[in-house]
Design a protein around this ligand. Structure first.
Ligand SMILES: [Zn+2]
Length: 236
């Protein structure tokens, strides 16, 4: 498969990025039964120290390959790496949240708070609290006990508008490393979009879960490969 050539044949590119791109954290940073903001902060620091990974490089290659294209990216990753890649921020939606924003434990409001603005006081040992209800703040990501989804909704609205514009267009759906953890976010909607749009094609790249549904046999390419390696091999 030559992805560069395929990209040229399509007017619109929808990129779905899954767990296959997510940074793996050391065991000691795993969340236990009780959520700990401290562990999430360790993870955030870890991300800042591990910036030139293969996934980072693959993101840069994708940004380069898509730079003159009309694209949108939906990602399941929470590690924020995608925002350092050259891919346009206004064309990315991350429904699982990130390590860049904090939210109220109880979601007493939909407000989210930029981590950078609180960094100084956190480093001094102060625990950040919600300005409304004084409960502790937690990361605004899906791993917390009560995830506030409001944070990504503005981007999600842009995304759904963009999708409406793909009807009858030549649409390439490129699914990279998306497993079955949250299939309703990328996997199933991508299959549906490919099915209803006559000019669409789905390229699914995954280590193990690369299989294509029966209905899409003629319109889909199933590639069994590590998604990061796939990108690195495609854009040399
Ligand atoms: Zn609150």
């Amino acid at each position: 498969m030559e992805l560069n050539k395929i990209l040229d044949e399509y007017d619109m590119i929808l990129l779905g990025i899954g767990e296959g791109f997510e940074e793996e954290f050391p065991e000691e940073m795993k969340q236990g039964k009780e959520y700990s903001l401290e562990k999430d902060i360790q993870r955030k620091n870890y991300l800042e120290e591990h910036k030139n990974t293969k996934a980072d490089l693959a993101y840069q290659k994708l940004a380069e390959g898509l730079k003159n294209k009309n694209y949108f990216v939906v990602t399941l990753c929470q590690d924020d790496k995608i925002y350092h890649s050259g891919l346009k921020k206004e064309r990315i939606v991350a429904p699982c949240g990130s390590y860049s924003f904090l939210q109220c434990t109880n979601v007493c409001s939909s407000d989210i708070y930029n981590f950078e603005e609180m960094k100084e006081s956190i480093e001094k040992g102060e625990s950040p609290v919600c300005p409304h209800c004084k409960e502790p703040l937690v990361m605004n990501r899906i791993g917390v006990p009560k995830y506030s989804e409001e944070g990504y909704l503005p981007q999600w609205n842009l995304y759904t508008k963009w999708i409406q514009g793909t009807l009858n267009k030549k649409l390439l759906l490129l699914e990279l490393g998306v497993g079955m953890k949250y299939p309703s976010v990328i996997r199933w909607p991508f299959e549906k979009m490919c099915y209803i749009n006559e000019k669409a094609r789905l390229v699914r790249v995954n280590d193990y879960l690369h299989h294509m549904t029966e209905e899409l046999k003629e319109k889909g390419d199933s590639v069994q490969e590590n998604p990061v390696e796939f990108v690195l091999n495609q854009f040399v």
